[in-house]
Ligand binder design. Structure first.
Ligand SMILES: NC(=O)c1ccc[n+]([C@@H]2O[C@H](COP(=O)([O-])OP(=O)(O)OC[C@H]3O[C@@H](n4cnc5c(N)ncnc54)[C@H](O)[C@@H]3O)[C@@H](O)[C@H]2O)c1
Length: 316
């Protein structure tokens, strides 16, 4: 596990970021950069602000001035990004700005400061509608069907090039659906908000047959750090789970957890049965590569969802 490192975490005030900070803050010096655009405020990292080895900078990565006074990092964990996959259809330019421009600025900073290590949060969305499921890292050609997936793939490509040019190691993680404490968005958050407003009805975007793999945040953070420590070269890893959970099942699990009765499950039909344009209906990533390096999820896909419902319920 990392110790006595000077670590920059972008997007550290968000869901995966705040959990990553929690994991590392006791043994390392942590700087978080976050513009608080996807989160209500700094609530997920507020407690860490009392610690001497933690600082929060509310800054935007698309602004080059952001990096002016920063230096001496051993590792950068790049989690900032536009995580609203749905929004891309109406506003693809937001994905371009926060997933490509921001990543390029960060890479220039890494280059100028000769930083030796980068961890990057990519996504299963880069594969598009893969014809091989579970999808291995070697699958191709990658044909994303959303601007989110496309801009994450562009981020991967830029990182690959910069790491080769400027001699640093990058671990690129293609996450499936990550769920759990401090969740800011996604199906569990949506259903819980929906049912809090109206306990008699829940809308399921699409036809409800969408099936995806879910990974619990604790597994996700541990896997990122473990696999990065075991890898000596720039490499790509899927982080997901064996098996899938349907959105209909998630709605039923939430209804049961909230002890609600006679709830109408309403399928909106969506776009060709998908939740929205750009939604991939079936997602399961092969986790064999991670397994070979000694990684095993603690929670299955269903267990991750169940645990996340209880964790997110407390904050919605
Ligand atoms: N949660 C998932 O299931 C999932 C799946 C695949 C990939 N990812 C990727 O992992 C990363 C973290 O995801 P998350 O779920 O924690 O999302 P999140 O929205 O909770 O966190 C992202 C954080 O980045 C910040 N941010 C966005 N643009 C910024 C900018 N230009 N400058 C500074 N800060 C900026 C936001 O304010 C937010 O706090 C994202 O890049 C996301 O695309 C997440």
């Amino acid at each position: 596990m990392l110790k006595d490192q000077n670590i920059l975490i972008t997007g550290g005030a968000g869901f995966i970021g705040s959990n990553t900070v929690e994991k590392l803050v006791d043994d390392n010096k942590i700087t978080v950069i976050d513009n608080l655009s996807n989160v209500p405020d700094d609530r997920y990292i507020r407690d860490f602000k009392k610690k001497k080895n933690f600082r929060f900078l509310q800054r935007d990565l698309t602004d080059k001035q952001t990096f002016g006074d920063l230096m001496n990092f051993d590792l950068v964990i790049h989690l900032a990004g536009h995580s609203d996959v749905r929004g891309g259809f109406e506003h693809p330019e937001v994905d371009f700005k926060h997933n490509i421009e921001a990543t390029r600025n960060l890479l220039d900073f890494i280059r100028q400061n000769k930083i030796k290590e980068l961890i990057f949060s990519s996504s299963c969305a880069i594969y598009g509608e893969a014809t091989v499921i579970p999808t291995p890292e070697s699958y191709g050609p990658c044909k994303p069907i959303s601007s989110y997936g496309a801009t994450k793939l562009a981020g991967e490509a830029l990182i690959s090039a910069y790491s080769n040019y400027y001699n640093f190691k990058a671990s690129i993680f293609r996450f499936a659906n990550v769920v759990g404490k401090n969740g800011t968005h996604g199906v569990i958050v949506d259903f819980l908000k929906n049912l809090r407003k109206n306990p008699k009805k829940v809308d399921i975007l699409g036809d409800g047959t969408q099936e995806k793999s879910y990974i619990h945040i604790s597994d996700c953070v541990e896997a990122m750090l473990l696999l990065n420590s075991k890898s000596n070269i720039t490499d790509v890893f899927n982080l997901g789970n064996v098996g899938r959970t349907s959105v209909k099942k998630i709605a039923e699990m939430i209804i049961k957890n909230l002890k609600l009765k006679n709830v109408k499950i309403n399928f909106t039909g969506g776009y060709k049965g998908r939740g929205w344009q750009g939604d991939v209906k079936r997602v399961e990533l092969s986790t064999e590569k991670a397994s070979k390096l000694g990684w095993k999820n603690k929670y299955s896909s269903d267990e991750a969802v169940e645990k996340a419902i209880q964790e997110v319920e407390k904050i919605i």
